[in-house]
Design a binder for this molecule. Structure first.
Ligand code: OSB
Ligand code: MG
Length: 383
């Protein structure tokens, strides 16, 4: 979070907030460079926030993982700060002002903030996106698919083949040292025209400059987060030496980080994950800056369930989101999901429709919620 302040006003005070811990199996594991542990788990856990206000319910999702790999937050830290600080601060209130005094824990804040906004949208009978922007929004969002580290190049080509046949027109491949240039070159040779990008999740240093110069000849759409997860300065030493744009993911905590990155040429594309920047309020500020300054922007994903995905689609529908987002169809992640509605890929143009119904745009499947809560309890015992 930066100096941006929560500012939305609710029509009624928050009555109560209930947390749900869930775990559900991923259809396809996403192995990343920070993995080798539970971050690459076949079981995705999440904390869901159920917020009651004025007779309606709003839902939000906390995307922190079991372990602090992508981010320092975990299921346990999010539970702690939500239960001990964030929820008591907002119960009985019509604003989120009380959250401004708490530092850090953006994923936990986002879950509560999104539930608050979703409840307001539900109460006012408008789609969540209408609260985010009064500008015309897109009705469908161009999406790509993120593919994890596979056992070999053949397996990688097999997964890509499947995704291309499904209709995905932008392929993102996770890379790490030893699994980078040769793999990407083989993919580029097999698919000369596809929109292809790589996500390093901070696995490299400036010593790897020669490798990046080789990758620079593969016509990649972008290279996501090559250097330190909390670095901007060193990226400014790399970007000017490449023609491929660097996209910053982990490094961007707020709109001011974007301002700095753009000013010192540390990256030329921004991945906005609302959960990484503390929620919708900061996302709106960040989007506004990128839109006004022509900084290419897309929405990243954290393997969200239908709850978090619906909120991300509301943000992805903003006019300044100009590149394909990591918001794939539901069947790439969960079967079944916890929501009644599923997101489908429109094969002809690699898009997904933005929900248009009032509130978050999806509804909870209570039976599936109970099942996934039981699965969480069972999983915790095994850890
Ligand atoms: O770095 O973008 C990332 C998933 C979990 C953690 C980090 C990342 C990702 C993805 C997946 O790449 C995006 C998705 O939800 O499809
Ligand atoms: Mg990333």
């Amino acid at each position: 979070m930066s100096h941006t302040r929560y500012q939305i006003q609710a029509p009624a005070p928050v009555d109560k907030v209930i947390l749900h811990h869930i775990a559900l199996p991923l259809v396809e594991v996403l192995t990343t460079s920070f993995g080798g542990d539970a971050n690459n788990d076949a079981l995705r856990a999440a904390v869901l926030v159920e917020l009651h206000m004025g007779g309606v319910i709003g839902w939000g999702e906390c995307v922190a993982a079991w372990t602090p790999g992508y981010s320092y937050e975990t299921i346990a830290t999010a539970t702690h700060v939500l239960e001990s600080f964030f929820i008591p601060a907002v119960v009985g209130k019509t604003t989120l002002d009380a959250l401004n005094k708490f530092r850090g824990h953006p994923m936990a804040k986002t879950a509560l903030e999104t539930a608050f906004w979703a409840a307001i949208a539900e109460y006012q009978k408008v789609p969540l996106g209408n609260l985010i922007s009064d500008q015309p929004r897109k009705s469908r969002v161009v999406v790509g698919v993120s593919i994890g580290i596979q056992k070999d190049i053949d397996a990688t080509l097999g997964v890509i083949d499947k995704r291309v046949k499904e209709g995905y027109k932008r392929i993102k491949l996770k890379i790490k040292p030893g699994w980078d240039y040769d793999m990407l070159k083989a993919v580029r040779d097999a698919y000369p025209d596809i929109l292809l990008m790589a996500d390093a999740n901070s696995a490299y240093t400036l010593d790897d400059i020669e490798l990046f110069k080789k990758m620079d000849n593969l016509d990649l759409l972008m290279i996501e987060q090559p250097l330190g997860h909390d670095d901007i300065y060193q990226h400014s030493k790399l970007q000017p030496q490449l023609k491929t744009p660097i996209c910053l993911d982990e490094s961007i905590r707020n709109v001011d980080d974007v301002r700095l990155a753009v000013e010192i040429d540390a990256g030329r594309i921004i991945n906005l994950k609302p959960a990484r920047v503390g929620g919708l309020t900061e996302s709106i500020a960040l989007h506004k800056f990128c839109h006004e300054n022509n900084v290419p922007l897309w929405i990243g994903g954290m393997l969200e369930t239908g709850i978090g995905r619906a909120a991300n689609f509301a943000v992805a529908s903003l006019p300044g989101v100009t590149l394909p987002s990591d918001l794939s169809a539901t069947d790439r992640y969960y079967n079944p999901d916890i929501t009644n509605e599923v997101f489908n890929l429109n094969r002809e143009d690699s898009t997904v429709d933005v929900p248009t119904t009032a509130g978050l745009g999806v509804t909870m499947n209570p039976q599936r919620l109970a099942e996934t809560e039981a699965a969480y309890q069972a999983a915790v015992k095994g850890r």
